[in-house]
Design a protein around this ligand. Sequence first.
Ligand SMILES: [Fe+2]
Length: 201
Amino acid sequence: MKKRKRSDKTLLFLFKGLITDYMFLIFGGPDGEMGASMRYLSQRYAMPYKEGKAILTDIGTEELAHLEIVATIVHQLTRNLTPEQVVESGFGPYYIDHTTGIWPQAAGGVPFNACEFQSKGDPITDLVEDMAAEQKARSTYDNILRVITDPDVCDPIRFLRMREIVHFQRFGEALRVTQDNLDSKNFYAFNPSFDVKTKCK
Ligand SMILES: [Fe+2]
């Protein structure tokens, strides 16, 4: 990311802790990049079809790269804060625990927790969760883009938002592949990663 002077408006939001709160939300929050990468890289094992397994692995790995992007933005927004700005911005409680180090938590200070995602061992259940997760992440990025103007933050956020839309589409393809492999009479009574197919007929 290029070094550029932050606009007054961005500084105003920064003092309120808004940008850093949003960044933490997408770093370690319930709709964040860490949860996304852990969700897909955990779910891939129960996916019985190679196309679906590849999609989960690809996207889970990409989300790890997004985690790095978001962590870098948080680092760049916080590394030069003065003690006065730490107090004014509401960043104080985080600062006491972590100074300006990067630690995965949600905007409200809740630490990242694996309970924020599921790995249900049922590909249809998992993929429907994944599609919802991508839309929730996209909505979060929409919210961020409504309140910030700094191009150094907006540009990578626009890129991340675009990727969430692509991920939503790709999970839709994985769902179609999964359903194509099922007995159509038993979409909701058969788990292809667990049941033996003949039992459902
Ligand atoms: Fe995504």
